[in-house]
Design a protein around this ligand. Sequence first.
Ligand SMILES: *[C@@H]1O[C@H](CO)[C@@H](O)[C@H](O)[C@H]1NC(C)=O
Ligand SMILES: *[C@@H]1O[C@H](CO)[C@@H](O)[C@H](O)[C@H]1NC(C)=O
Ligand SMILES: [Zn+2]
Length: 993
Amino acid sequence: MNLIVILGLFTSIANIFAEKFGFRVDKSESCALRACNKIYSNKINVHLIPHSHDDVGWLKAVDEYYYGLHEDVQNVGIQYIFESVLQALKHNVDRRYIQVETAYFWKWWQKQPQEKKDLFKSFVESGRIEMVGGGWTMNDEACTNYQSIINQFTWGLRLLNDTLGDCGRPKIGWQIDPFGHSREQASIFKQMGYDAIFFTRLSIDDRNRRKATQDLEFMWKSNDNFKDSEIFTSAMDGYYAPSDFCWDYLQCDSDAINDDPESFDYNLPKKIEEFAKRIDSYKKYFRTNNILFAMGGDFQYQAAEINFLNIDKLIKGFESSKKYNVFYSTPSCYVNAVKKANATFSVKESGDFFPYNENDHVYWAGYYTSRSTLKRYERVGNNILQAAQNLNAFAKLRKICNGSECEENIRSLREAVSTMQHHDAITGTEKERVAYDYSRILTSAIRDTEKSIGKTIGNILKLDNITEDVTLPLTTCLLTNISVCDQTMKDRSLIVIYNPLPKYATYYIRVPVQNGTYTLTGIYGPINFELIQHMNYPVDYPFDSSDIELSASDSIPPMGMKVYYLQKISNTSSAIEPTFLKENELIHLGNNKSKITFDSKTNELTIRKNQNEFQTKQKFMYYVSNNGTGDLPGSGDNITSGAYVFRPVNGSAAVNIEETGFGGLDSKVMYTKGDTMVEIIQQFGKYIVQTLRYIVEGELEYIEYDWVVGPLNNKTVDTPNNKGIEIIARYSVNNIKSDYFYTDSNGRQMIQRERNNYAYNNDSIEPVASNYYPVTSRITIKNSTKDLQMSVVTDRSQGGSSLKDGEIELLIHRRTLRDDHKGLEETLEEMEYGEYIVTRGSHYLITSSAASSRTERILALNKMTQPWMLVADATGEDMDLDTLKAKINFKWIGCKANGEQGLPPNLNVLNFEPWKDDTFLLRLEHIFEQNEDKEYSKEVSVELKHLFDPFVMNSIQELSLAANEFIRERITGDNYKVTLGPMEIRTFLVTFK
Ligand SMILES: *[C@@H]1O[C@H](CO)[C@@H](O)[C@H](O)[C@H]1NC(C)=O
Ligand SMILES: *[C@@H]1O[C@H](CO)[C@@H](O)[C@H](O)[C@H]1NC(C)=O
Ligand SMILES: [Zn+2]
């Protein structure tokens, strides 16, 4: 038998299965439409969609959910769902099911015998199981970054294609649980070739308005930069079965249907009558004669017959109905029926679905910030993933690893970062012990990736005359944020920095060292650096933390590396110590480009550039959390701030921490001045320390606010009545009147926000929370007539707003003492090392002309895609400088665009990674929106053929955004020139000669 015959046999086995269960597979039709039921134009068509919502971690950790551990917390084992549903589908040919989260599907699939895989596949091919969503997780839409959303779909959909083929390609965005919905997510679905989006969580005010005008279903214009960006969107009333028709043993207690007329409890007619009422009352919100009920809920269908048997009876009960056509369906069948009904829908032209509020007091805006350190760690993990993917692609080109081995090197990190995108992971709405487990998963995946990285980097860098493998003992120091790194504390160490951007990047090396005198040697000899005594950390960590940091900066080539050798030459201390500022002393931070003065008395930073003077000020303040004890008139109030909800005490403004006993008394300012740098160190009260730096990187200039906040314990924080505390950093500027402010949508499109825009509700009683929006990468205020703009770029997701003209605020840390009743049943009081957690992070302040967001865009990209620093202990015998120099290059350039200068500033390589067989995945993006910069918003072209010389591209084929469908012919032409317009992302499958 040859291969074709074998493949043919498999397909026909699947067909036999399908036919056995009642369907003749018609290959010409999209698989999901093969089993759609007949629609009656003279009846109300009621689509019942059996589904299970399977969180990839929440109250239990991922594997606990899958296998069914910790049943005391939640009686859930996802593996049982697969088994039970498959059996149930065999019992009745009418039944349907949808499968959503690929993380669980993949866990299950890998361990199954062939017959069971064939069975599942046959159901997919016959349209009885529809794969919807299909990302590794159902990602959150507020705190996630576009790159990671795209990647988590790419990986999930790749596995579906590998296992289920074309029929496993989802066409439906199924985002039923995320807490509000972003425009960029809609745009990503559209670009991935999806037909529709379903979700449930939108503002109650918006929902009510849409109900009144039959606009729960609409066309969402998802992107102003593209011609065709509309996607059909359906806002469902919920994702649980209607009450009284919810039969699962989890969260349901409806009476079963008794269809035995002989029985005393015979209730079928009553049930039918009640369901008909449900249908009628819901139908009036919709424009076509189709409605959809999601028949399921969280972790349901572990004992699938409980649901299916009752739904079977319900359907049977309507069989003879002249008015209602009630049947099993799938989202694709529903969308198809709606399309065929020829209704017209309104278009949502702009904006998104944030903030999500359940009523006037419950705004789900706390989770934009909750678990601030986990949110940062996710960014670090993604950053390392991008760099590791690049390096493994280069390793594949150089045959350092081969075929699937190169992919295997990054598999666990791909999956860990994807897991982090889940709407109870990055959001911080999981239990504390589950948050620890996410950290464990990410750390262990980073360490997995590092197992091969020493060999990869060693061999990429090795000199041409070396024939044997060169392996460097490289690792990542994940605790440099608390000045811990064993390797750089040695007398000799090696530092390798890889820059994943396809252009030169400035990298600030900041590593802990011993007290002493050092030399730092790079490719061209000694490098300037300073040793500084850094600020103190507020907690005694159980690690060897150093007081001294080495600080240097260098420019790293496009997708290239530089190597440094750090050597201690004497014990003589040479660190610069901070000096206290004298009263009324001004410090100058600027250079000849900008004059920047810091006034310690007023905390004011005056920035003068291009004739403009910005007087900016930054304050740390806090809101007191509402702890739900009768703050509302009428009382009975149990609405509190918690992991999900942000609710400051009624009517309270933020308090400046300098004006409290725990702030002002201890506040002080110091500065550290070296030959090349000035740092200002501010201490606020007992729990905030901040370092200010003025940074110039090529054409970028900005101020870095590097803060350490915490621990928020009873010794540092004194809030009234034992209430929670929510810390903000507020930035103000003297000359920008700003009714509008702008926040990014998943780090990509900007969305205009209007303060106090209660479009549906005139007197919101939550003046702070109702104005809070997710800030994934930046928030901007501007005054177009005066041509002034101020932005803050963040290093992770945070909640943010502009509550007054000229002000920006970001919520950076929270400790709330009550559960907010969304199922978590835990307070948000994060502990680490036996103390309330401390968080460290950075804000980057930019003042500029309103005509250009150049600095913001480029800086946000640079912060998302930072160089990856790896270190090695170099005290070993064959690790002295001379031996290393005889073995490896201290500089290497991977991206050869524009004579090794790299791609233009508006163009980025979003992904370059090893893919199946001999292929590579290459994804390019234009990082500007139209009208954001006169020059950089223009279309941009690049010739790809020699991008990674000496490796020459051999073929290049364009794919849909998630790389699971070929969308255009092979790209031809001499040099594979491609062009990208504003915000465009193009994905290619490439091979090399
Ligand atoms: C929708 O329009 C098409 C084409 O005009 C027509 O064939 C079809 O009957 C219409 N369907 C309904 C339900 O009106
Ligand atoms: C999907 O998988 C099949 C079978 O492995 C493969 O031939 C096809 O190229 C894949 N599709 C894409 C878009 O990668
Ligand atoms: Zn969920």
